[in-house]
Design a binder for this molecule. Sequence first.
Ligand code: 4AD
Ligand code: MG
Length: 464
Amino acid sequence: MKRSKVKELLSMQAGGDVLAKGWVRTKRGNKEIAFIALNDGSTIRNIQIVVDKNETTEPVLARISTGACIAVEGKLVESVGSGQSVEIKAGNITVYGECDPMRYPLQKKDTSFEYLRTVAHMRPRTNTFGAVLRLRSQMAYAIHEYFHSKGFVYLNTPLITASDCEGAGQMFQVTTLDLNNVPKNKKGLPDFTKDFFGKQTSLTVSGQLEGELGATALGEIYTFGPTFRAENSNTPRHLAEFWMIEPEMAFYDIQDNMDLAEDFIKHLVKYALDNCIDDIQFLNDRYDNELIERLRGVIDTQFVRLPYTRGIEILKEAIANGEKFEYPVDWGTDLQSEHERFLVEKHFGKPVILTDYPKDIKAFYMKQNEDGKTVRAMDVLFPKIGEIIGGSERESDLQKLEQRVEELQMSRKNLEWYIDTRRFGSCPHSGFGLGFERLLLFITGMQNIRDVIPFPRTPKNAEY
Ligand code: 4AD
Ligand code: MG
């Protein structure tokens, strides 16, 4: 008999013979009858298996406990109990894998998220991580679908690179040099000409620069892949390995860029509500009663668009009126997430797109404004999260770009291929990067970014 997934079984009409396979969530019952809640990961919901002890050989039942993996053949019947429309009246039961209750690592009393991160094989079997991981997968699908429906080309950019896109020097080096015996050049520095690629290379912090080469040829592209940052920040919003979606569009100015970012993120939130409500409802009921309301709120509202300079004024006014922040607010410094969240959650009560940041706190590639001080940057700030998207219109003027590279003392040699886009048929263009895990934090309502990725990578932590 063909196996049916629990999700399918729960929407089937009662009557037929079925085969279900999965992991036991609970077993309870009395002398006559046993009830097994079975889950196979296809849905947050379990199918109830009803076992008549008079018809089933006891040894099989005795081998079944929470966590065991079993296959059940039986009849799909209408359920008398509340909570489900159908259940399986068990016939033959096969035990694939027993689960010793004494050694089972998932005891009810200790299922804190910190603990679960230490039991890699159990974590995805919990309701919470099942929901989060299904949502993650659905969102990835929705992202591809969104861009494909708009005719964007999916471009794969390299993970190993010789350029530091964000210029923040937070890169993990990639080398095959023997670290115990590094060859040195005349200056006494490591001789990277002897390295695998013949030059110094790292894991990428962003696919943007290569993405721009795609956009200035194919028109509209997006990337979706892992990125790596060796920033030593142990916060609930930073990972050393995270996934980013980076669309890049020829002929878009910053207004078009903001329009796309707003439409994109609203589409994703709406997709989650329309297609994943079971999982979202579970997370809402279990952890965060305002989750669904917050998600709906984003879809129905128009994001605020606010220049950085005005944002600083608002924050200073707030301080004058008694608001307390840990970090100072000064024109020219980067906003901390407490500032971002004040603007979004307290002042406006909706997402804010902050634009026109001081050029000195933003990357070299951003288009410079006429004032000589600010650049056409745009950060999308979200409730509970802070920055969820970072982007900009790009500097398309060859001389201005070259000048900025020089000012920042970046290595020209590794950037000529990029600067060429401005040399040969330069065009106005824009793009942004959405942090996939930050999006998932918002959609799931989880508090810690480590809990929206299957295998988190953070400082001092690379298990599994
Ligand atoms: O603002 P960022 O650094 O922008 C870029 O990398 C641009 N090259 C994007 C572009 O214009 N194509 O990063 C973009 C987003 C942030 O807004 C945030 O959501 C996420 O990536 N992000 C992180 N997510 C998790 N952990 C980290 N350490 C992150 N750093 C950035
Ligand atoms: Mg940023």
